[in-house]
Design a protein around this ligand. Structure first.
Ligand code: SAM
Length: 331
């Protein structure tokens, strides 16, 4: 594929100096969990109609690398390991030669795909895990098995991957798990990242958001009861604020509310049915399915226009939340 000329490529930068570098690919909207904070009433989401094929997803990624200068790709969903396209897409994306390709998964199917992931050469993986308590696990995820996830994490580490765990602490639901999970992570050289509950999907119309929101300050306060820590460096476009516990390890907080990262956001999301989103906090998107069939040069010119619009959708300061469910657009 020819590169779009470099002058044009550099034009896709907004007045705040932001450009797209990180692409999140949602392979499917379907999930084998129905987490309380993600979907209402235990309704698991199904695969969207007209999902992109594996070839289309790889083609889109290739075009976005060439047109926007994407240099990091995260494979996500829905639950990416639930998609039968996962092995082919993993291979296709790894073959594009990026130095940073990662995966976000709930870990339930990790044991099944561990060998393939390790052999693909992927270096790092994020596993979502909100509790180490078996029953609580099923109350939050409304499915799944804790031990299977823990086994999957072990397999990833044994295969040499760097593992991060994502936890969403919720007041009165799993905030008592902050310290046990941190201890579990520190003992295994895993970086635990606490995600402040985001006001998305059904939470927008529910009192649960205000009741369960557990802030960065509250998280730090809880950790301070057992550990001494100090703030440490994070990459400029990192979503997480990072802390070091001397001699023990690090942890991070993705503080959407308390310390929004919109000003440095470099993320772009491709939904499983081909819609490109510039901001998690905006429902605006453009479907790029049709342009994927165009010859390279034409596709890049059209994509360039789409990307300008997507960049303009980014919030300048704060995460506002959206009715869009995270798993539709790639968490
Ligand atoms: N199924 C995969 C997983 O569980 O990691 C990938 C998709 S999931 C939507 C990605 C991440 O989004 C998970 O870590 C999940 O906890 C998080 N998430 C979903 N809804 C959220 C919300 N309302 N607030 C904060 N995090 C949320």
């Amino acid at each position: 594929m020819q590169q779009i000329d470099s002058d044009k490529q550099h034009l896709i930068v907004d007045r705040m100096g932001r450009r797209f570098r990180n692409l999140r690919l949602s392979l499917t909207a379907a999930c084998n969990y129905a987490c309380t904070y993600c979907v209402p009433d235990g309704k698991r989401l199904q695969a969207a109609a007209y999902e992109l094929s594996g070839e289309e997803i790889v083609r889109a990624t290739q075009l976005l690398i060439a047109t926007a200068g994407i240099d990091k790709v995260r494979i996500t969903g829905g639950e990416p390991l639930l998609s039968p396209k996962f092995p082919a897409i993993l291979q296709g994306i790894m073959d594009l030669g990026l130095t940073d390709v990662s995966l976000t998964t709930n870990g339930q199917l990790l044991p099944r795909y561990a060998r393939g992931i390790i052999d693909s050469g992927m270096q790092r993986i994020n596993v979502s895990l909100d509790t180490l308590n078996r029953e609580r696990f099923r109350e939050i995820a409304r499915s799944g098995d804790l031990n299977t996830v823990l086994h999957g994490i072990e397999l990833m580490q044994a295969g040499g991957l760097k593992v991060k765990i994502n936890m969403v602490p919720m007041h009165g639901v799993n905030d008592d798990q902050i310290l046990p999970l941190l201890e579990y992570a520190l003992e295994r050289n895993i970086e635990l990242r606490f995600i402040e509950l985001m006001n998305m999907g059904h939470l927008q119309a529910s009192p649960a958001y205000a009741q369960e929101f557990f802030s960065m300050e509250q998280i730090l306060d809880r950790i301070g009861k057992q550990y001494t820590f100090s703030r440490t460096d994070a990459p400029f476009d990192s979503t997480a604020v990072r802390y070091e516990i001397p001699g023990s390890g690090t942890f991070g907080i993705i503080a959407n509310e308390s310390e929004p990262f919109c000003r440095n956001c470099t993320r772009l999301r491709l939904s499983s049915n081909g819609a490109l989103y510039g901001c998690l906090s905006s429902a605006r998107s453009t479907n790029i399915r049709q342009l994927l069939a165009l010859p390279d040069a034409e596709a890049q010119v059209e994509l360039h226009q789409v990307l300008l619009g997507a960049l303009a959708d980014k919030q300048s300061e704060n995460f506002q939340g959206e009715v869009t469910v995270m798993k539709f657009i790639g968490g």
